[in-house]
Design a binder for this molecule. Structure first.
Ligand SMILES: *[C@@H]1O[C@H](CO)[C@@H](O)[C@H](O)[C@H]1NC(C)=O
Ligand SMILES: *[C@@H]1O[C@H](CO)[C@@H](O)[C@H](O)[C@H]1NC(C)=O
Ligand SMILES: *[C@@H]1O[C@H](CO)[C@@H](O)[C@H](O)[C@H]1NC(C)=O
Length: 170
């Protein structure tokens, strides 16, 4: 049995706010499928169309998590508003499954009020709103284990990016 330590630091794309594809034909690797299905369940539960997997985004996140592992002591990537939306999860301990990662992000749903597109004060909703952002169509994610830090880092990219200030996710 793997020990999973529920000691997460959530940061993220939650802080990537913006001012202003195609799915692979071949069968997806199981981790890709799990990332995709977990996202799409959260989207379906609020009536938002599914994301498709992007091998290009997956490759980009794969390079990024390895860079953060090898050069940045496994810290979160410093992602300022760019062409992709992004969510990240850092978890101490052993590997976390893609489903657990996405479930952790979706926990912010409890703080999000869709009727006026607000977040409960002193809480964050941006990771969740990126997951269910309707205009985001493509997803690519990667995870890495950081041996020295005994942690894992997961990064997902979304295209087009979500979390436009003042815009409702769906
Ligand atoms: C993604 O990376 C794999 C393995 O390195 C490579 O075969 C594939 O062509 C890349 N795909 C894209 C869309 O960049
Ligand atoms: C992240 O990058 C931006 C722009 O490159 C920079 O202004 C900012 O200081 C960086 N933040 C951290 C925590 O390194
Ligand atoms: C959500 O926002 C609406 C409109 O401002 C408000 O009436 C309602 O009480 C809020 N719901 C919760 C659970 O705070």
């Amino acid at each position: 049995m793997k020990m999973i330590h529920y000691q997460f630091i959530l940061l993220a794309a939650l802080t990537i706010f913006h001012m202003s594809a195609n799915s692979a034909a071949s069968p997806l690797p199981s981790t890709a499928r799990e990332f995709l299905e977990s996202h799409n369940q959260a989207r379906a539960s609020v009536g938002v169309e599914p994301l498709t997997w992007s091998e290009q985004l997956a490759n980009t996140t794969s390079k990024l998590v390895r860079y953060q592992r090898d050069r940045m002591s496994c810290q979160f990537a410093n992602l300022t508003a760019g062409k992709y939306g992004a969510n990240q999860l850092w978890a101490r301990g052993e590997t976390v499954t893609p489903r657990l990662v996405v479930d952790e992000w979706v926990k912010q749903k409890q703080f999000y009020n869709h009727s006026d597109n607000s977040c409960v004060p002193n809480h964050r909703c941006g990771v969740y709103t990126q997951v269910v952002w309707k205009k985001s169509l493509q997803l690519g994610c990667a995870q890495t284990l950081c041996a020295k830090e005994q942690a894992s880092l997961t990064i997902c990219f979304y295209y087009p990016p979500g979390n436009y200030v003042g815009e409702s996710p769906y």
